[in-house]
Structure formats: structure tokens, C-alpha cells
Design a protein around this ligand. Structure first.
Ligand code: CA
Length: 506
């Protein structure tokens, strides 16, 4: 290896050590649209990919993500531990389970307790301290709305009651020094954002395009969006293909035209879909938004390459959870252990460091923060508070020891006690579950903590989860899965473990 020629900067010796280390640190771009299900990626039907999953790809057009997958490691079994918007975001940012991150339920004004802890160590806090510039663009939805509208102090950011949207002031941004974000707001073609200084912007264009434009500005850095010479960490949190997906107001017309004439049989390729649900036509608008995300993601990657930043940048494409889209007869798109909701896309590109392949590592949401830090060579900075595992040795194949997970935990929380005015305190841990390399099991309870339902599916022989295996008739299998679940509950110090809920049911 050639010795590096060190040019002494004017600021002295400390800066020499720092800049040498920084040169080795890769940039990280983390892109996660909301509710983008794993099967909405066309490449899964290609021979190289299809053998790794038991299901078919949705009939979507995703040329940019297909190309990206061909240059990346593609995880077939990544899951969203608590597949709901705010809890996911709390886990992703902190590496902690919801009870510790603070975000146990979807954030809104009537759930004031469910909010990202201000003292939680977030991935952005760690990267900032390691010398990164950190930028957040798009949907945050990890904080309870407060009466802190910068333009109207003492009020929520809107008069909606109860308020869902939120403004995040600088002291709660966890190391993100560039800000162009909002809490949650579902008008795809009239979004709004608060910038680093707290100024509100109301662009009248498709949010995915607008946010990609802002991300490209961040990459170009013509107006000092980030500190030149430092590595950067950019989070791009698109809202689509999240609902609404009902009309041309919710997507780009050019994308809708691609799906407009498709029949229900062509749109729904999964054996478990009920196309008689009134929601069924929504697939056309949902897939249109999938294609819209694909196009804009492709534009981001082109710019990254044009700027010569692609070689030293880790790019991740994932989602906060999936979308059931008429499977299992449910209208609830998420917050369930069904594969359509629980599995997420997870694709990592790291040129020269990660070899292209499809990989069955069962990555959980808690693993994301430590794994990203590990990929960036910052494993020594993974905070003790992170509860997941650094799986980067598996992906880098660098000889470091790492035990692949053999199961993943699933959790579903509902509102706890409600005041007469509707204010929620605490949460009710309605269901816990586990997924192994073959089976899915969920156990749910009533409010009085008696058994509500047990679901068991053999994903190998029944990838669409059509046959619930009777736990009473299969005591050995049930016992094995309960043991796997108990191990995960203990490892995560979950309330089901601390209160012995599983044992009392058995
Ligand atoms: Ca979501």
C-alpha cells in the first residue's frame, strides 16, 4: 500500500488526524419511502432473484431499482420489527426497541407520551460526533406534535384536531444540521416542510420529486447545505406510496397511465388477495407511486454518479413497513405480521466493499443503526444503548465474527388507557410474534390479557399464508416457536417478558 501524502492544513495537528480518518469514512444515503412493500420491486421475478422468495413480484415498473439491485446486496428477509410509521422511525434512529426509544405508538397530539426521547442517542448524533454532516429530508413522524409553530408561537402547526403534523425545533434534531422536514402530512402533490431555520415551504408539486430536488441540492452543495470536506449522512424519507392512493391527485399521471388499463387479475398476483374489496382499484395508484419513487430514486443515483460521489457512498433503499393491499381480507395496510406488512425491501450498495448477491440474513429494524455504523467502519462508536446487532461483517465478508440471527421479533402495540378527552397514556402490547427461517407465529391477547388468537404459517410451503396451522394439533411446533419467541422477548427485555405474559398464556 502506498503511503498517503499528507498536506498540512493551516489549522494544525488535530485536524491532520481528523482529516485522514474522514477520508476513509464513506458517505451514507438512507432512502426510505413509506409503506413500500418488498414485493413491489420488479426484479423479484428475474431468475437470479425469484428462487430466494416464495412469492411473485407485483406487476410494477421499477427499472432504476432493478439496476440498483444488480449492483447491491439484496436482502430477502428483512423485517420491520414494529411495522408502523412512528415506532419504526424511533427504532431506526436509535437502534432501541419502542419502550426505550420512547416511540411506542404512532405520534399525534393525543398520544403525548409516544415521542422520540430527547436524550436518546440517535445514529445522527453518533455520525455528527464522528465528523459527519447530517441531513434529513422528508417525513420524520417520530415526535409528538407540540404547540411550537414557528410562524404562530403557542399553537400547533395547524388547526387539525387532533393534530398529527409536527415541527421539530433545532434542539430536537439529534445532530441533523441540515433540515427540510415535517411530521406527517398526506397530500402528495401539495406537501410542506420546515427548513433548517424553521421557515415553512409549500411547494405545489409531487413530494417525491420535490424532496429529490432538495437531496440533489444537498449533494451538489452549492449553497453550503453541508460542510465541504466532511463525509455526509443523508436521510431521504419519502411519504408515497403511503395512502392516499385513490385518484390522480395522489400520484403523477404519467405513472398512473402505466397501470390504468390493467385488470384486477393482472394487478393482483398474490394468491391471498381479495379483489372484491372496495380498496382493490387502489393498486393502480399505489403502483403508480412505486414507479414515481423509482424514477426519482434513479435521478438521485444519476446525480451521485455525475458528481463522482457514488464510489464512496453507501446507499440503502428500504421502507418503514409494507402494505397488505387487499391480501388477507384486511383494509389495514400495516401493523400486522403478514408478510406483506412485516417484510420490507432492504438493498445496500457499497461499491468495492459489498459484493452483489441476494442474501437471506434476517435483519430487524433494531439492527439498522449498529449495522450502518459498522459498514462505515465506526463499530467502536455504536452506543451501548443500541439494542440490535451489527450485522455488517456478514455483508462486508471481512472475516470479523458475526452470528446471523435465527429469528426476528414482531410487536404490535395499541393505545393504552384513554382520558375522557381522548388523551392516551401508556400502550397496550396486543401482540408479539416471531419469524424463523421457515415459520411465522403471532400470539395476540385481549385487554384482560387472555388469549385472543394464535397464527402459525409455514412460509416454505405456504408463502401466501393461507393456512393457519393449528397450535393445538401441532404442540411440538408450537412449543418450538414459543421458545424462539421467548428468547427474543428476553433478549429485547420486552414487556411480555418482564410481565411473564407468554408463560401465563401457555
Ligand atoms: Ca408508515
Amino acid at each position: 500500500m502506498k503511503l498517503k501524502k499528507i498536506i498540512l492544513p493551516v489549522s494544525g495537528l488535530a485536524a491532520v488526524a481528523c482529516s485522514t480518518a474522514e477520508n476513509a469514512m464513506p458517505n451514507i444515503i438512507y432512502v426510505f419511502p413509506d409503506q413500500f412493500r418488498a414485493s413491489s420491486l420488479a426484479f423479484w421475478d428475474e431468475p437470479e432473484y425469484s428462487g430466494h422468495v416464495g412469492w411473485k413480484a407485483d406487476p410494477v415498473i421499477t427499472p432504476n431499482l432493478d439496476r440498483f439491485a444488480d449492483e447491491s446486496i439484496v436482502l430477502s428477509d428483512a423485517v420491520s420489527t414494529c411495522p408502523l410509521s412512528s415506532p419504526y422511525r424511533g427504532i431506526f434512529l436509535t437502534g432501541m426497541y419502542p419502550e426505550r426509544s420512547g416511540v411506542t405508538l404512532n405520534c399525534m397530539a393525543l398520544r403525548p407520551e409516544s415521542t422520540l426521547r430527547t436524550d436518546a442517542v440517535c445514529i445522527s448524533d453518533v455520525l455528527k460526533a464522528a465528523g459527519y454532516s447530517c441531513g434529513y429530508i422528508g417525513k420524520l413522524h417520530a415526535e409528538t406534535p407540540m404547540k411550537n409553530d414557528p410562524a404562530n408561537p403557542g399553537h400547533y402547526v395547524s388547526d387539525r384536531n387532533p393534530e398529527w403534523d409536527a415541527y421539530t425545533p433545532p434542539e430536537r434534531r439529534h445532530g441533523f444540521d441540515y433540515w427540510y422536514s415535517y411530521g406527517t402530512y398526506d397530500v402528495h402533490k401539495a406537501p410542506h416542510y420546515w427548513d433548517t431555520e424553521g421557515k415553512r415551504h409549500d411547494p405545489h408539486e409531487y413530494s417525491v420529486k420535490h424532496e429529490t430536488d432538495k437531496a440533489i441540492e444537498y449533494l451538489r452543495n452549492r449553497d453550503g447545505q453541508r460542510e465541504a470536506g466532511k463525509p455526509f449522512f443523508l436521510v431521504l424519507a419519502y411519504n408515497p406510496p403511503h395512502s392516499p392512493y385513490e385518484s390522480l391527485d395522489d400520484c403523477m399521471e404519467e405513472d398512473y397511465r402505466l397501470y390504468e388499463k390493467m385488470s384486477m387479475e393482472d394487478l393482483y398476483v398474490r394468491d391471498n388477495a381479495d379483489t372484491t374489496l372496495t380498496k382493490a382499484p387502489a393498486a393502480r395508484y399505489y403502483f403508480a407511486n412505486v414507479t414515481g419513487v423509482d424514477r426519482e430514486f434513479g435521478r438521485l443515483l444519476s446525480e451521485l454518479k455525475k458528481l463522482g460521489l457514488d464510489r464512496n457512498t453507501i446507499v440503502v433503499f428500504t421502507s418503514d413497513h409494507g402494505e397488505t393491499m387487499c391480501s388477507h381480507g384486511t383494509y389495514d395496510p400495516k401493523n400486522s405480521i403478514w408478510t406483506e406488512s412485516y417484510n420490507v425491501p432492504f438493498i445496500i450498495r457499497y461499491p468495492g466493499k459489498i459484493r452483489h448477491r441476494v442474501d437471506g440474513t434476517m435483519l430487524s429494524t433494531t439492527d439498522i443503526m449498529p449495522t450502518l455504523l459498522g459498514l462505515a467502519g465506526l463499530e467502536s462508536r455504536i452506543p451501548d444503548t443500541a439494542e440490535g446487532h451489527d450485522l455488517s461483517p456478514i455483508f462486508l465478508e471481512d472475516g470479523r465474527e458475526c452470528t446471523p440471527p435465527t429469528a426476528t421479533l414482531y410487536m404490535r402495540n395499541l393505545d393504552g388507557e384513554k382520558d375522557p378527552d381522548g388523551t392516551v397514556s401508556g400502550f397496550f402490547p396486543e401482540a408479539r410474534g416471531v419469524r424463523t427461517d421457515r415459520y411465522t407465529m403471532e400470539i395476540s391477547v385481549h385487554r384482560d390479557m387472555t388469549l385472543k388468537r394464535v397464527l402459525i404459517f409455514d412460509n416454505l410451503n405456504d408463502p401466501y399464508q393461507l393456512e393457519n396451522i393449528s397450535y393445538k394439533d401441532n404442540p411440538e411446533l408450537f412449543s418450538t416457536l414459543c421458545s424462539a419467541l421467548q428468547d427474543k422477548l428476553e433478549e429485547s427485555d420486552d414487556v411480555w417478558y418482564r410481565k411473564g405474559i407468554l408463560q401465563k398464556l401457555l
